[in-house]
Write a protein that binds this ligand. Structure first.
Ligand code: ZN
Length: 215
């Protein structure tokens, strides 16, 4: 088993709407402010944890390929055979022959904007029409930008991989690009269905060469 290549995808994550990363939607005090927007401990600027980007990409790719795990099909895939498992690692499988997780997603530092706003959210009581559980959530303002950096390592084990007409390491890269495309369709962070987390990737490059996502 031998590592045969390393590719880097870089770019900018541009927030088209407010972005909310790190907050829990469920466990909030009534009337309280959810100040759990993830911030760098020293600079106090918000950032997007690489694990958030990676987890969302994985879940999008699993949805598009119909790959789920767990007894209720409610967990990440652990089949040890599909491309999701190869690229992201099989879920809860300590023993497998896929080799190391291929994708490395770095924390996305804030490079522009980064101010936060408080957005009011509540649930409307269906019978009385009044607001229940009013609360304020903190989110990063629209227009903010974060740096995207993803590494894709290729091993000799990947030589026979195929995806979208590509093989080997190129197949893995196509797969990751599709993950980015799906992420752009839905968004990042929490509150997506309430209008947060809409993003657009800009200035995407593969090993320094510009590319665009296939629509
Ligand atoms: Zn799988």
């Amino acid at each position: 088993m031998k590592k045969t290549g390393y590719h880097e995808i870089t770019g900018t994550i541009h927030c088209l709407s407010g972005l909310r990363v790190g907050g829990s939607d469920e466990l909030l005090q009534i009337g309280g402010t959810d100040l759990t927007c993830v911030k760098h401990p020293v600079t106090l600027r918000p950032y997007i944890p690489g694990s958030s980007i990676k987890g969302k990409m994985r879940s999008e790719l699993e949805q598009w390929r119909g790959k789920f795990g767990g007894k209720d099909n409610n967990e990440p895939c652990g089949c040890k055979e599909c491309l999701v498992c190869r690229v992201f690692g099989p879920h809860k499988q300590a023993r497998h022959d896929l080799g190391p997780t291929r994708i490395v997603v770095r924390d996305a530092a804030c490079v522009s904007g980064g101010e936060t706003e408080l957005k009011s959210e509540n649930v409307i009581d269906r019978k009385t029409g009044t607001a229940m559980h009013p609360r304020k959530i903190e989110r990063v303002v629209a227009g903010s930008e974060f740096s995207l950096r993803i590494g894709v390592q290729v091993w000799d084990l990947d030589a026979a991989c195929e995806y979208n007409g590509k093989t080997g390491g190129d197949a893995l890269i196509e797969f990751v690009k599709d993950g980015l495309r799906f992420l752009q369709q839905t968004g990042i962070g929490s509150g997506i269905s309430k209008g947060s987390g809409e993003i657009e990737f800009r200035n995407l490059m593969l090993n320094g060469t510009p590319f665009t996502l296939v629509k």
